[in-house]
Ligand binder design. Structure first.
Ligand code: GCO
Length: 477
């Protein structure tokens, strides 16, 4: 039998994000972020953990580069902390040369080891000063102007060597977690006991809207002033679970489609399809959903060179018969992990929202390809393992559950490419390291590398070795 192989330049590797790994929050001139504030507010994060030290990558960056090299990674996706570059964040605020120097040495070390950087500009760690000044993304024009300036500073400083840019990571999770249910920074929610000023009827939609407008401006700046001389590409990364209709009744098939439109189409339609939100969202939300100006809409349409896909799991979805609540972020559907025949979707992970479902990955790849016809990079995929945090390093490195997860998902990636014709250009596993898992703190590990949070020692797990072997076997030499 002839085994088909992925092309030699297939961009495979691992992903992380600044606040989850860097630590050193008060070093190098870094400004405070909304995640510093949130994680230091008692009761917001499991065990009141915070990112003050995290994986200490700020000091141990060279160990991370060596790990990547040992795994054979071709690419590494990491994010820049806006407040290391511009501590107060705003367009009139000073630039911090120490922050630029830190990322410069890191980027140079990656390149010296043959690893191509994929750089995310915003992975949720908004400078606190911008939140204090104008509530960050709740003020679209201020936020977009400040983000554009920050992006320009990054293109200018790093764009001679960084050729792969991602503006925003998961605007859907950022806006829902930060402005609807309040489980992420800045923790605004309609639960008045937790956030007296929040307004979930409009804030999450406004926050997501601002990220889209800011994305459009940053991409315009890149294309106008940097792309030609630097020769790179720029896009956005969107999360999305597959929504499998609970049964084939028309109302549940429609419900699953509506959920995909609310969670994915909300950001992907403006960028890859129509320059506007899906009609199903306008129908439900009316003028609670902001509108784009003509210029914004024109700027947004076609504003990504690739589709950055973060994907973890699948849900069964069915129609919710009651009228939508003001808090609803899903498109008035209900979801679960149990099929109509009572079968559970994959064994539990440590994260309650995650069940392995490799066929759902393939279905979503096809849905995205059919609807948006844009080459895909999988910019995150991975899982936590139930009970892993209770194990010592000797046991934790035998992460069979995670190996099986990657095996299933990567086999389906090959099916999507070779049997279905989906254009996939890269795959970045989440995550290179166990790290600060947002509201779950350090209780929940996603790494292919075990991190001992006392000694900060890194030890490769079997899943990391599995990924290395998988791509050695499935990419042309
Ligand atoms: C993201 C993700 C990561 C998480 C991962 C596991 O939004 O990009 O939230 O930062 O750690 O998805 O939950």
């Amino acid at each position: 039998t002839v085994t088909k192989k992925l092309p030699k330049d297939f961009a495979w590797g691992f992903a992380t994000a600044s606040y989850q790994i860097e630590g050193a929050v008060n070093e190098g001139g870094r400004g405070k972020t909304i995640w510093d504030t949130f994680s230091h507010t008692p009761g917001k994060v499991a065990k009141d953990d915070n990112g003050d030290v995290a994986c200490d990558t700020y000091h141990r960056w060279n160990e991370d580069v060596q790990l990547l090299k040992n795994y054979g990674a071709k690419v590494y996706r990491f994010s820049i902390a806006w407040s290391r570059i511009i501590p107060l964040g705003g367009r009139e605020d000073p630039i911090n040369p120490e922050g630029i120097a830190w990322y410069n040495q890191f980027i140079d070390a990656l390149l010296a080891n043959g690893i191509t950087p994929f750089v995310t500009l915003f992975h949720w760690d908004l400078p606190q000063a911008l939140y204090d000044r104008y509530r960050g993304p709740l003020n679209t024009n201020e936020f977009a102007a400040d983000f554009e300036r920050y992006a320009r500073v990054a293109f200018e400083a790093f764009g001679d060597r960084v050729r792969n840019w991602i503006t925003f990571n998961e605007p859907e999770v950022f806006s829902t977690g930060g402005f609807a249910n309040g489980v992420h920074a800045p923790g605004r929610t309609s639960d008045r006991s937790k956030s007296p000023e929040g307004d979930t009827a409009t804030e999450p939609w406004r926050a997501g809207h601002s990220l889209l407008v800011a994305h459009a401006h940053a991409v315009k700046a890149y294309r106008a002033d940097f792309k030609a001389k630097q020769g790179g590409q720029i896009g956005i990364t969107l999360n999305g679970d597959w929504a499998e209709p609970f049964d084939d009744t028309a109302e549940n098939v429609a419900a699953a489609q509506r959920k995909l439109e609310f969670n994915i189409g909300r950001f992907a339609d403006p960028v890859y399809l129509s320059g506007d939100y899906p009609p199903s969202m306008r129908a439900q939300l009316g003028d609670r959903l902001p509108t784009f100006t003509k210029e914004e809409s024109a700027l947004l349409k076609g504003s990504s060179d690739f589709y950055g896909m973060n994907h973890y799991t699948t849900n069964y979805v069915w129609n919710r018969n009651e009228p939508p609540t003001l808090d609803d972020q899903l498109g008035n559907v209900l979801k679960g992990f149990i099929s109509k025949d009572g079968e559970e979707l994959g064994p539990p992970a440590e994260s309650p929202w995650l069940r392995p479902c490799p066929w759902g990955f393939r279905k979503l790849l096809n849905w995205l390809w059919n609807r948006y016809q844009t080459p895909i990079y999988i910019t995150e995929n991975g899982c936590s393992v139930k009970g892993e945090s209770d194990l010592g390093v000797e046991q934790a490195v035998h992460d069979t559950y995670r190996v099986n997860y990657f095996k299933g998902y990567l086999e389906n990636l090959l099916l999507a490419v070779f049997d279905d014709g989906v254009q996939i250009r890269g795959y970045m596993a989440w995550s290179l390291l166990d790290n600060f898992e947002w509201a779950d703190g350090y209780t929940c590990r996603f790494g292919v590398t075990y991190v001992d949070y006392k000694t900060l020692e890194r030890t490769p797990k079997e899943s990391g070795k599995f990924i290395k072997k998988f791509f050695e076997e499935n990419v042309e030499a």
